[in-house]
Write a protein of this length. Structure first.
Length: 347
């Protein structure tokens, strides 16, 4: 069980440290942790946000626990050297095409949402986001038009095999939940989305037990705040999934509680909180490490098939929350280490 630990920037190291305490406490046989540099931290040390040695560590491991990347003081760098390229590069290089972003409301935390508690309390959904294609990874550039105007451009595309494999992940996830899958696209405007929809419908023939529906992304954004409880599994492309998953996290009430898995074919995966590096509170011991701790639980479940310790971690987080241990993001005043201590105590 070799786990690459890439803590990254901002609050990444603090929250990762608490997740490692939790993993170590479980005394899993064969657990081996190996650290690597990513993001702005890696750029400062090695001149690149995703140095070759970090990729080597990733390839030598069975899974990655990832903190966060992002450092606004480096935003002036050319795009290829910006901290965000670390996570984009890992996704592409390692074929991490399937991003699972669950969002559910913990009992007792319904009031944190800006939605009414009777609405937010019903949220229990999973966004399956395609992660290595779409406008994120298409050709892009800036050019000057003949009339002298500057133009930025980014190419959006999906090949049918890319859609098919993420559709399978979506349908299988739906089979393990309430057997409802909603595919989100913008097929009324985009050719990319029309092909997406056609292929998802083709794949659905293999899953007669799953009820498939389609929704335009603008409507999906609206339904997510109107009646989020109506969603179970959502499958969507890279850009729409990026936006809808942040929105879903706010419907829950805090981005500080949401974990994610980015999976390759097989069992390899990268696990990270969906929040960013939060430079405003970095280094102050204020960040809520729960999303990273829950990401470690997803790691045990998806990459190692260790359901029992994964469920134990999740139960410990829920118990700590139920006991009133809340970070600033949840309106409480528990610090990073204190939250880690509380989760360990409930483990
Ligand atoms: C995410 C983030 C990334 C993305 C950024 C950091 C490149 O927002 O994981 O959702 O856009 O995919
Ligand atoms: Mg995002």
């Amino acid at each position: 069980m070799r786990i690459a630990v890439f803590a990254g920037d901002g609050i990444g190291p603090e929250v990762t440290e608490q997740a490692l305490r939790v993993l170590e406490k479980l005394e899993l046989p064969g657990l081996e942790l190996v650290e690597g540099d990513v993001g702005g931290a890696a750029y400062r040390k090695h001149g690149h946000p995703l140095p070759a040695q970090t990729l080597d560590i990733a390839r030598s491991a069975d899974a990655i626990l990832f903190g966060a990347v992002g450092d606004f003081t480096l935003d002036h760098l050319e795009r290829a050297l910006r901290p965000e390229q670390a996570v984009l590069g890992l996704r592409k290089e390692l074929g991490l095409f399937a991003n699972l972003r669950p969002a559910q409301v913990f009992a007792g935390l319904e009031d944190l949402s800006t939605l009414r508690p009777e609405v937010s309390g019903k949220i229990d959904l999973l966004i399956v986001r395609e992660l290595t294609g779409d406008v994120y990874f298409g050709e892009k550039g800036t050019r000057t038009l003949e009339d002298g105007r500057r133009q930025g451009w980014d190419m959006m595309s999906y090949a049918e095999d890319e859609v098919r494999r993420i559709a399978h992940v979506g349908f299988k996830a739906a089979q393990g939940r309430s057997k409802k899958l909603c595919s989100v696209d913008k097929a009324n405007v985009l050719e990319t989305s029309q092909l997406w929809r056609d292929v998802v419908i083709e794949v659905s023939a293999e899953y007669p037990d799953v009820e498939l529906s389609h929704m335009y992304v603008d409507n999906a954004a609206m339904q997510l705040v109107k009646n989020p409880g109506a969603f179970d599994v959502i499958v969507t492309g890279n850009l729409f999934g990026d936006i809808l998953s942040d929105q879903a996290s706010m419907c829950v009430g805090s981005i500080g509680l949401l974990a994610s898995a980015s999976l390759a074919e097989g069992t390899y995966g990268l696990y990270e909180p969906i929040h960013g590096s939060a430079p405003d509170i970095a280094g102050k011991g204020l960040a809520n490490p729960m999303a990273t701790i829950l990401s470690a639980a997803m790691l045990l479940r998806h990459s190692f098939g260790l359901e029992e310790p994964a469920a134990r971690i999740e139960a410990a987080v829920a118990a700590a929350l139920a006991a009133g241990v809340k970070g600033g993001d949840l309106g409480g005043n528990a610090g990073t280490k204190e939250i880690g201590d509380a989760v360990l105590a409930h483990l």
